[in-house]
Design a protein around this ligand. Structure first.
Ligand code: GLN
Length: 245
């Protein structure tokens, strides 16, 4: 029995898992396993309540507009309060693309106004005239506890434009690609342990260093043991090359 266990709550894993976003959980599982850290995933689907104290990291992947419509009301009704309690207690919440949009106040498209859980101050509106924002992307991020800026590389495909409130901080600065709105120069959001990003790829297999940062933060550890990251580094380098960075 491992003395440390990373306990994940996977929100709507059957509905919110576009672009192989489930790979994010697989990567976390492997990297924990290689280090002798236990790993536990609890799925939370429609109608299921969640316990804010039972998980270290809450994960919500990407989804099409229709999937977001399906889960949003449920997320607000059965999980919002627990997610607020969890973040107040310092737990990590990671939302990718459609999941990122639902961390904010709302996502509007056509006649629909999809509610979010309001963990962060942002709103998303789908452009009815502009193109979808698609392509390889690289952003520069500076995370607490890391020495200097680092790069996250991935792939984005969203119709929504996300606008951060005045006091909110982006996850990173766009080096290549579109990011939150196509013209803000910023990507994602980060407030304490609440992190949202448009990066698929999936995100964590292409940026294993970031997966480790999340594990360390979620478990409150000072450091993690080093792994042989030859393949992970090659995947990261390929993602950066694809984005031209
Ligand atoms: N439905 C959202 C949009 O297009 C998110 C899509 C996604 O998760 N790839 O903006």
């Amino acid at each position: 029995m491992a003395d440390r266990v990373l306990r994940i709550c996977a929100l709507y894993p059957d509905l919110m898992n576009i672009y192989a976003d489930r790979g994010n959980l697989l990567l976390l599982e492997r990297r924990c396993g290689w280090r002798g850290i236990g790993f536990e995933v609890t799925p939370a689907g429609l109608g299921q309540r969640i316990d804010p104290d039972a998980h270290d990291l809450f994960y919500l992947g990407g989804g099409q507009d229709r999937d977001q419509l399906l889960v949003a009301q449920d997320l607000v009704e059965t999980k919002r309060d627990a997610l607020h309690a969890a973040t107040a207690a310092g737990r990590v919440v990671l939302g990718v693309c459609g999941g990122y949009q639902l961390l904010g106040h709302s996502y509007a498209f056509g006649d629909e106004q999809v509610p979010g859980v309001g963990l962060v101050d942002l709103r998303t509106v789908r452009s009815e005239t502009g193109p979808r924002l698609i392509g390889n992307v690289a952003i520069e991020v500076e995370l607490p506890g890391t020495d200097g800026p680092r790069i996250l590389a991935g792939f984005e495909n969203h119709g929504g434009r996300t606008h951060l409130g005045a006091g909110e901080q982006a996850l990173g600065r766009v080096l290549r690609g579109h990011g939150n709105s196509g013209d803000s120069g910023f990507e994602g959001v980060m407030r304490g342990g609440v992190i949202g990003t448009y990066l698929h790829g999936p995100l964590l297999p292409k940026n294993a260093w970031f997966a480790d940062w999340l594990v360390q933060r979620a478990l409150g550890l000072d450091a993690l043991s080093a792994l042989d990251d030859a393949l992970e580094d090659a995947a990261h380098a390929a993602a950066r090359r694809a984005a031209g960075v």
